[in-house]
Write a protein that binds this ligand. Structure first.
Ligand code: ZN
Length: 193
């Protein structure tokens, strides 16, 4: 997961010539200019929030929530191969970044349809929460993992998925996962199916 990803979809689009980052601006640096009107923000508070002197809004750096699915069938788990950077070619799970206002379970159903072309049931409650970073910029994300099952259709890779593989428990350690939390997420699903 993390993996392909919702409002973050643009993050997966190829960008051959990314603009150079502003000097000293990291994913942890408080915002310096108001995203609404471009005004220079006041000094950040200890919380990291900074307020705009013109419109009064406060701006914070927050993680982007992303959802992923552990789908186990006949003793094997469905994993994907990433078609695009970041982490192109690495092993991932179906899923992606949430869109604005979207419930995590709805977002995961959407991502599974986009990436595999199938309808899925998502099971409550989530079984994994993993703060992590995404891409070369180290953007902060929060992975939320759910168990899921395919209810109709045959999975076929589309969107930002290059390939689909069904893997057994004894293969988990040898796979080149983009994120180790997904390796443990899938291992856990196979051990407790
Ligand atoms: Zn403002």
């Amino acid at each position: 997961m993390g993996s392909g990803e919702g409002s973050g979809k643009s993050r997966n689009d190829p960008k051959p010539h990314p603009p150079p980052p502003a000097p000293g601006f990291t994913p942890e640096t408080p915002f310096r200019f108001c995203p609404a009107d471009g005004t220079k923000l006041g000094e950040p508070r200890p919380s990291g929030g900074a307020t705009c002197p013109i419109c009064g809004r406060s701006w914070y750096r927050n993680p982007a929530p992303a959802v992923g699915a552990a789908i186990v069938r006949d003793g094997k788990a469905l994993v994907t191969v990433r078609a695009r950077d970041p982490y192109k070619g690495k092993i991932d799970v179906p899923g992606g970044f949430l869109e604005l206002g979207e419930h995590p379970m709805d977002g995961l159903k959407r991502e599974v349809m986009e990436e595999l072309g199938v309808e899925a049931n998502i099971f409550w409650p989530p079984v994994m929460f993993a703060p992590h970073t995404y891409g070369d910029d180290g953007v902060h994300a929060l992975a939320i993992g759910f168990r899921a099952e395919i209810v109709s259709g045959t999975p076929s890779p589309t969107d930002d998925v290059a390939d689909i593989r069904y893997v057994a428990l004894n293969e988990i350690d040898s796979l080149d996962f983009a994120w180790n939390h997904d390796r443990e997420f899938i291992r856990n699903a196979l051990e407790h199916r």
